[in-house]
Write a protein that binds this ligand. Structure first.
Ligand SMILES: Cc1cc2nc3c(=O)[nH]c(=O)nc-3n(C[C@H](O)[C@H](O)[C@H](O)COP(=O)(O)OP(=O)(O)OC[C@H]3O[C@@H](n4cnc5c(N)ncnc54)[C@H](O)[C@@H]3O)c2cc1C
Ligand SMILES: *[C@@H]1O[C@H](CO)[C@@H](O)[C@H](O)[C@H]1NC(C)=O
Length: 200
């Protein structure tokens, strides 16, 4: 015969087990991990995860071929390239650290539209192929800016130019906008660069 004390002890253990099971099924936190994407979603995570199963809302004109013709003048082509790289690197370096799904869609659409409308047709054609192979990474400022740096390096490689060290993005594109440099975020830039080289 078990003592009254042992009975009470077992009852408490069972009650604790039940409680922990319930709190496991219903996490207290408002955030949760999306089982498909592995993303941590916020309060409106449910809505987002529902949307995930469906194709993103169609945006007219984003998909399709190159619109512009060949740009014959090499001087103009180089000047256009420098100006464009300046614009888009600065854009990814000011992009939100924690973008919403809408902001992520906007950045991805922007690059796809640029690959259609870039005023040097033969460059745009190459850019379209690069986007196919390396789709825009939009999950954070860090991933977007490092993604673009590596895409630019693919163009550099093809044109026989020097490869740029992506750990120096902050120094190169200090726009004086008063933002925190990406180097101050959790993951050291060099590690993140390695991660990108590894295919992510
Ligand atoms: C999408 C796109 C496609 C292009 N395709 C072609 C093409 O097919 N044929 C062609 O002749 N030209 C192409 N160009 C232009 C070409 O990339 C150069 O811009 C141009 O040749 C001038 O080169 P540059 O040596 O002055 O340096 P750019 O490549 O213009 O770079 C400007 C500055 O950015 C910095 N930089 C260099 N690499 C990186 C990097 N990986 N990340 C961040 N910063 C960096 C350096 O400080 C560099 O001086 C393309 C440009 C763009 C934007
Ligand atoms: C080529 O472009 C440069 C710079 O845009 C311009 O100064 C030059 O006149 C152009 N050359 C021709 C042949 O159009």
């Amino acid at each position: 015969m078990i003592s009254r004390f042992a009975k009470a002890f077992i009852a408490i253990v069972v009650a604790l087990l039940l409680l922990s099971t319930i709190s496991f099924l219903h996490p207290n936190s408002r955030a949760y991990l999306d089982p498909f994407s592995g993303e941590l979603l916020g309060e409106d995570g449910m809505e987002k995860s529902l949307r995930k199963g469906q194709p993103p809302p169609p945006l007219a004109g984003v998909e399709g071929g190159v619109i512009m013709s060949k740009l014959g003048n090499a001087t103009a082509k180089a000047a256009l390239g420098r100006a464009t790289w300046k614009l888009i690197h600065t854009m990814t370096l000011r992009y939100p650290e924690n973008p919403t799904q809408d902001e992520r869609d906007a950045l991805s659409s922007y690059f796809h539209l640029l690959s259609r409308l870039y005023p040097c047709g033969e460059c745009a054609h190459e850019f379209q192929q690069l986007l196919q192979k390396y789709p825009p990474q939009t999950s954070s400022r860090r991933s977007a800016s490092l993604w673009l740096c590596s895409v630019h390096n693919h163009v550099n490689e093809r044109l026989g130019k020097e490869i740029f060290d992506c750990a120096h993005l902050d120094d190169e594109y200090d726009c004086g906008c008063g933002d925190e440099p990406i180097g101050t975020s959790a993951l050291p830039v060099n590690e993140a660069v390695e991660m990108m080289r590894g295919g992510r």
